[in-house]
Write a protein that binds this ligand. Structure first.
Ligand SMILES: C=C(O[C@@H]1C=C(C(=O)O)C=C[C@H]1O)C(=O)O
Ligand SMILES: [Mg+2]
Length: 461
């Protein structure tokens, strides 16, 4: 079953209050389906799993179990707090040539100052974990690592148990590889607060016309119920099949599973370079190639959408200006097309200054005006006061960082929170001075489509 064994390393971890050992062992496995590995953890690890695949499909990550968990409810310093803990934990790790390193995966909520009650109650403002069993697939190779972080003296027996369990999980995944999942059967579909949403768009447009802000993103929720409880692998399998052109992500915490298929990168850091993306301005896909092209051309020349887009470009360029030695921003947007929707898209990249890290970039970038607004502070308070929901992880940064500081965060849109037999889907859009309630409403219908396909709900035409 295994091609190559690596040695087990033990790394000392010292924090302010205690000393631990961090045991790591990585093996290379012949072939392994990421979804099947995720599903193999259904019994022992439901509630403690995560899944990630980048848009290019060159990097896939699955985690089962928590070797280490950060549940953090503080507000202002949450990005710094995660960074500090992760640095402490990984400071003594020495990079092994070509082998994946331990990865911290998780997300930050959209707005810790939003205290509206709802489906996200109990979810911490930052939630990250190092998996007990970590699968990394890259360059067509699959690696499974065991992580054990403990302050117990003699952990060899415990580690031996983990090896056994790892082999069982790999075996179960190889057996299950071709399993297919049924689409869930929907029993109800409810556009929550639709009227309030339409009124909010008018009100916020008014506030913008009165110069209270320049752009504000307003979102809404769609609630679905199903005949049976949906499992996370079942939901994820349909996201994987229906939305192959997007990032795929899934994060479990106890009974909650937040997952989605987003086209939007927040930031990626690789070997001292940073990559971000301005994604704002939207139109549906055409039914024919001609119609699709015409819609795209229209979008590239539409003033309202170009305005929505330009706020994002300015803000991301500004952040790169402050964190990079040099950086590039194309003059005009191009189109980013995924199955159900096309967006205006401007990629930004730069060479980082020595102090800039991925978590610092996430801290400065979030929320970009693609999900928050301009000016940021005013937009966030307008969202807090006017939106009928608490976004939780929707529209927020989700992703990973490794011990060397490489990593990637996406913006968690085109997403849904699954709780047993219920799902909450989220979609929003950028409101500017000349936004119109009904066309914003229609834009959200297009943005609900990816998750509606996944969950088997009705599709509005
Ligand atoms: C807010 C969402 O999407 C964002 C808003 C967009 C817009 O208003 O044009 C486009 C892409 C995203 O940055 C969403 O999908 O829910
Ligand atoms: Mg828009």
């Amino acid at each position: 079953m295994h091609q190559k064994w690596s040695h087990t390393t033990e790394v000392e971890v010292e924090t302010m209050s205690s000393t631990y050992s961090f045991y790591i062992e990585t093996i290379e496995v012949n072939r392994l389906s990421a979804l099947a590995f995720f599903a193999a953890g259904e019994k022992q690890f439901a509630g403690k799993r995560f899944y990630w695949q980048n848009r290019e499909k060159t990097f896939t990550l699955v985690g089962l179990g928590h070797a280490y968990k950060i549940d953090n409810n503080s507000d202002e310093d949450r990005f710094d707090g995660i960074e500090k803990q992760w640095k402490e934990l990984t400071k003594n790790i020495v990079k092994e040539e070509s082998e994946p390193q331990p990865i911290l995966f998780g997300g930050f909520t959209f707005d810790p100052k939003n205290d509206k009650k709802g489906e996200w109650d109990g979810f911490p403002q930052s939630f990250f974990a190092v998996a007990t069993y970590q699968l990394v697939i890259r360059d067509d190779k699959a690696y499974v690592s065991i992580h054990l972080i403990t302050d117990r003296e003699n952990s060899l027996d415990e580690f031996e148990q983990l090896r056994k369990e790892r082999d069982e999980l790999i075996h179960a995944a190889q057996v299950k590889e071709l399993k297919t999942y049924e689409k869930p059967r929907m029993t109800s579909y409810d556009e929550l607060y639709k009227e309030e949403y339409l009124q909010t768009i008018s009100r916020v447009t008014g506030l913008i016309q009165a110069n209270e802000a320049e752009k504000v993103v307003i979102a809404r929720t769609l609630k679905m119920k199903f005949e049976d409880t949906l499992t996370s692998p079942q939901a994820l399998s349909h996201a994987i099949n229906e939305q192959p052109e997007s990032y795929l992500f899934g994060l479990e915490r106890e009974k909650m599973f937040f997952f989605g298929a987003t086209p939007e990168r927040l930031v990626k850091v690789e070997n001292g370079f940073a990559y971000s993306a301005c994604v704002a301005g939207s139109i549906k896909r055409g039914k024919t190639a001609e119609e699709d092209q015409a819609l795209g051309e229209g979008l590239l020349n539409d003033e309202k959408n170009l305005e929505e887009h330009q706020y994002v470009v300015e803000m991301i360029a500004n952040t790169f200006e402050r964190n990079c030695l040099e950086y590039k921003v194309p003059k005009r947007p191009k189109l980013l097309k995924v199955r159900d929707i096309q967006h205006l898209y401007t990629p930004v990249e730069g060479k980082l200054t020595s102090g800039a890290t991925i978590l610092q970039l996430v801290k400065h970038l979030h929320p970009t005006p693609a999900l928050g607004g301009v000016p940021r502070k005013e937009a966030l308070s307008i969202i807090r006061e006017n939106e009928t929901m608490n976004r939780g992880l929707y529209a927020a940064p989700i992703g990973w960082v490794d011990a060397e500081g490489n990593g990637e965060f996406a913006v968690a849109i085109r997403s849904a929170l699954l709780k047993e037999n219920q799902a909450y889907l989220y979609a929003g859009g950028g409101i500017v001075a000349d936004s119109e309630p009904f066309s914003e409403y229609e834009e959200t219908l297009v943005k609900f489509r990816p998750m509606l396909r996944v969950l088997g709900g009705q599709l509005h035409e």
